[in-house]
Design a protein. Structure first.
Lengths: 351, 351
């Protein structure tokens, strides 16, 4: 068997572009550092894109949808058919991510990784369908290792489409009733954490529901044992969309496209992906801190400081979509502000 | 003498529109509350604008520039001529706020309230010039009460232009070497705080400079006494641009235009304006938390929770400009997402 794509090393960021971008920030008509995190954001994008003038205009969004066997155990406030209904809603333009993609002028593709219920024919959804949902992780593996490999490769194909379209930024989104349970189980294993720390209300469970969910995840972890190999963890506890997200983030970065990471689900995939390929971490920007409590643990493990903290907890890639404008502002300021010498402004040394 | 414009009560927010907007948020295809602060942001804008579909597309930005007598005492990392140089840079499009305004498609006007150095003729800057900078507040009042009234009225005229242009949102910006000293003095008086808590590095003072600045502000406060009447405080310790900003925020709200407040300088003006007219507070959105340490005290006093925390400390209205996209996202989601019934999605009661 040939080497899997996620075993190939990622490109290096350009230290030359990073240093030149930082020097330029010091020449722009503002006190040094006064644009705060927008300065380093522009410099990091320059290093990732190997460009003097970084950009985030062309954004590719791939939303991966799949069902989760554990949904049968009452771990979500919404019934499983909502996964298929929301996929149709993405496609017809009524969902949050659809609205945000239009507002940004971003490409949005929806990929059916394993939705249990049938979709209408005319949705324009890309099919990478593997099964009608994962196995119930409280009792059985989520998927076979072959399926995990297929899901990662489906993510890589999304990254290839992003590159083909000339994307400057990749955003992955998720849809799947029950997927906060899969993400929490995966996170608990990879972080060697307690289910209670990583489980939250998801779409709106009450405290009894959260306790039931933690109990189910505890069962899943007991069944899986202590094997924290990232690939086997994805297969055993993940979701089809979570594995695809991990593959898409690695595949995007392999093609030189930086990634803007969404909330709890996507960050769980990012952690698995970073465990598969530690050289992925410098390619990731973190968009927001989700209200889902486990997200903080994932962010800390990834040494990530998200850009926004708006109490969002929707998924779909929506938090990342809202943060795109910050990257665009950072690039516009970096590329278009005048320097002290261009504008004839004293640079502060004379006081 | 007739009643000053800032003594006229402000319009009420529409409770009817607020309630209808909240009801709509509960019908959109997402778990209730999952868009976090973007939900309440859209609802508040609906209440402010008395519209079912709130908007932040048409943004009016007024940047008020003026010099400060206290700059002579070495309280800034930049020399005083930078105020005039930066006004020219705003007008020629090279400053941060110029770039951000273009990116947003926002109207940007620059108003000379009292710049000490002369400006080139062809800058397109609106003149409301009162004097070549304020008096040095360590030794004398910043301005006469007549000048303070004129500055407030100049702000009101900017608000009138915003209304004339059909603005849905008003942003005020500031430029003035030395103005963090004036803002800190004003804030210390209005909050009965210590200068040390409200003084920071501004554009980049070292610790010796910060200590000197705090000492000068202490002198200013001693001279002014304990009279915390907001109008007299503006005259005694403020700046021409700070008084104009206070007038512009009141004037905008009187015309039904909500205000997105920038950082330390604009928030000091907002505090003075709220003291002049307590019914202004519901019209204010707070865009970001500045790196300037005194900003936190001002935000707390105004019970304000800013949208962004990016370590910015530039002024000019730049933090507010960066936050506009969050208001636009909130409005787009509110206005354009499908409802559960429109999209045929189960609303979660059936789980």
């Amino acid at each position: 068997m040939s080497e899997a794509f996620w075993q190939h090393p990622l490109p290096q960021l350009s230290d030359d572009h990073l240093q030149r971008a930082r020097a330029r920030q010091g020449e722009l008509t503002k006190p040094p550092g006064s644009l705060g995190r927008l300065e380093e954001l522009a410099c990091t994008l320059a290093a990732q894109q190997h460009r003097a003038q970084p950009g985030a205009d062309r954004v590719h969004m791939s939303v991966f949808a799949a069902d989760h066997g554990i949904a049968a155990d009452g771990v979500s406030a919404f019934p499983q058919e909502v996964t298929a209904q929301m996929v149709a809603n993405f496609a017809s333009g009524g969902a949050a991510i659809s609205v945000l993609a239009r507002t940004l002028g971003a490409e949005l593709e929806v990929i059916n990784m394993g939705v249990a219920h049938s979709l209408p024919d005319d949705t324009g959804v890309t099919s990478e369908w593997l099964a009608p949902g994962t196995g119930n992780i409280a009792h059985e593996p989520a998927m076979t290792e072959h399926q995990a490999s297929q899901a990662l490769q489906a993510g890589d194909r999304a990254a290839a489409r992003a590159a083909e379209a000339g994307a400057e930024l990749f955003i992955g989104g998720d849809m799947g009733i029950g997927n906060t349970s899969s993400a929490a189980a995966l996170a608990a294993l990879l972080l060697k954490g307690h289910p209670e720390d990583l489980v939250g209300p998801g779409t709106g469970l009450d405290s009894t529901g959260v306790a039931r969910k933690a109990d189910k995840i505890g069962q899943a972890l007991q069944r899986h044992g202590n094997d924290d190999d990232a690939f086997r963890a994805l297969a055993s506890l993940g979701g089809f969309e979570i594995a695809a997200l991990a593959g898409a983030m690695i595949g995007s970065s392999q093609r030189g496209i930086p990634v803007l990471v969404d909330g709890f689900i996507v960050t769980s995939a990012a952690l698995a992906a970073v465990r598969l390929r530690p050289d992925l971490r410098p390619w990731l920007h973190f968009s927001h801190e989700s209200e889902e409590p486990g997200h903080q643990h994932l962010l800390r493990a990834l040494d990530a400081r998200p850009l926004l903290d708006l109490g969002m907890r929707l998924g779909e890639g929506s938090g990342a979509a809202v943060a795109v404008s910050l990257l665009r502002s950072a690039c516009a300021l970096h590329n278009r502000m005048a320097t002290f010498s261009e504008a004839g402004v004293s640079d502060g040394e004379s006081s």
